[in-house]
Design a protein. Structure first.
Length: 465
């Protein structure tokens, strides 16, 4: 074979390696970053939702070293902004037209699009810097460093039938419920944007010494299933609010509960939810919500904007789950206390035991009690999670750690501005547990940054719903 033939084969192999497989490795169609190109960029970003939607877009080349380094951080940004801001990437090797149109001259180029108009990003290629950029351009608080909770990004609570009672009773306040339907099958981003307007500022949260931003109006949504017809569960909620037909959806309700008994009134928004541009629709919904913020107290026979105030219906209270007796010296962790115990505690390092599914409670209790006694005078706060294997959001934060549902694992967490963790698996003996804890306390264990955000657990109520 001639030298020219060898050179040609080498060029083909190099091209396949660095433009085919590498492009796929940067962003997967099933991942958190949406892949756009010449065929759909304008319809999604420029003309989508009448151009009122917000997008963070990276223009990249699969062979670009800086693009490869940015990819995992960009995916983490997409995960944290899910439900708030759309995050996309454009492969300029495959979609030269759109990249040329927006003047892309180097890689990676990151732009924020709002109303179809781009703003160029010139900051550091780091997750926190990108989130800060999005916060300034969109008005969405993306911070999760103690100045704002990760829950600030989820301002609208997803409601199932069993979860409505919790939404109405546990912290009664003026509330909005959105029922998806028609073309609005998922919670619209404009609803999340409106919800953020009713959260206190980070500065006010700090002044009162809080850890989470309070909200003056609670927002929930009942999602519509895929397909044209509402689900049985969705209609079971809707019918209690006198929305008896699928044609009544989508719908927005405004509720004014009086106390924890669930008494109070509600009205249904009778405006058109297909109004465009979306900025006009947002203003209409905000005026509707402001009725309740401005001390609207409806009476039985009162009509507000030709809407009759109706009594808030009753929903069954979910049963309180039974709790196992915690092992001596350990705290049972769930969605209600995880942050306080592990990320805002001072003076002690949080260690979380992930209980196995198959070992008996008696043997595990004895093992953990013995370890707790050994370290009762050390700067260690021991906690445990009973059902980690069923909580994907919790395990996802630890990345590719060797979690095994059939054995005992222990996670050591360093809190602070940039929390990190060390993961120990298959620690089924006291000797193995003590060895891991000693290595953590002596500083010989390597700690890793969390993948995409801090771990979250379900509350006891959420497990039952």
């Amino acid at each position: 074979m001639s030298t020219t033939s060898y050179s040609l084969l080498w060029l083909i192999a190099w091209t396949l390696l660095f433009t085919g497989d590498t492009a796929f490795a940067l962003y997967d169609k099933r991942g958190p970053v949406k892949l756009l190109g010449d065929d759909n960029f304008r319809s999604e970003v420029i003309k989508g939702a009448s151009g009122e939607s917000a997008w963070l877009v990276q223009f990249f080349a699969p062979w670009c070293g800086h693009c490869k380094a940015l990819a995992p951080k960009y995916k983490a940004v997409a995960k944290e902004l899910k439900g708030q801001i759309s995050v996309a990437a454009v492969n300029c090797d495959e979609s030269n037209s759109v990249c040329t149109e927006f003047g892309v001259e180097g890689f990676p180029t990151v732009n924020f699009f709002k109303g179809g108009s781009p703003t160029h990003y010139n900051g550091a290629r780091e997750k926190e810097a990108l989130l800060e950029f999005v916060r300034k351009e969109s008005g969405v608080d993306t911070r999760n460093d103690g100045s704002g909770s990760a829950s600030d990004l989820s301002s609208v609570m997803t409601l199932s039938f069993k979860k409505v009672w919790q939404f109405l009773h546990l912290d009664p306040k003026p509330s909005v419920i959105f029922f998806g339907g028609g073309s609005l099958k998922e919670t619209p981003k404009w609803l999340n944007t409106i919800a953020m307007n009713y959260k206190e500022s980070v500065e006010d949260m700090k002044k009162r010494g809080g850890k989470h931003r309070k909200t003056s109006v609670a927002f929930g949504y009942v999602p519509a299933p895929d397909g044209d017809n509402p689900s049985e569960e969705q209609m079971s909620i809707a019918k209690r609010f006198k929305l008896r037909n699928p044609d009544d959806l989508p719908a927005i309700l405004l509720l004014n509960p009086e106390d924890k008994t669930g008494s109070g009134k509600y009205i249904v928004y009778d405006g058109d939810l297909d109004v465009r541009p979306l900025a006009k629709l947002r203003l209409q919904i905000e005026e509707f919500v402001n009725l309740i913020v401005n001390n609207w107290v409806p009476k039985d026979d009162e009509y507000t904007q030709n809407l009759k105030a109706l009594p808030i219906p009753q929903f069954p209270q979910p049963p309180i789950p039974s709790k196992k007796t915690p092992p001596l010296g350990l705290t049972r962790l769930n969605g209600d206390n995880l942050e306080d115990e592990c990320f805002f505690s001072k003076g002690k390092m949080c260690m979380i035991a992930l209980l196995p599914e198959k070992l008996s409670d008696q043997s595990i209790n004895a093992l953990l009690q013995s370890v707790a006694r050994k370290y009762k005078t050390d700067p260690v706060a021991l906690g445990y999670v009973e059902d980690a294997s069923s909580q994907d959001d919790f395990l996802e934060a630890f990345g590719d750690s060797d979690f095994d549902a059939t054995s005992l694992s222990l996670v050591a967490i360093k809190s602070g501005r940039r929390p990190r963790f060390a993961f120990g698996s298959a620690l089924n003996t006291e000797e193995a547990l003590v060895s891991f804890i000693d290595s953590v306390l002596s500083g010989t264990t390597t700690f890793t940054r969390f993948k995409g955000g801090l771990p979250t657990l379900k509350s006891d109520w959420e497990k039952e719903l």
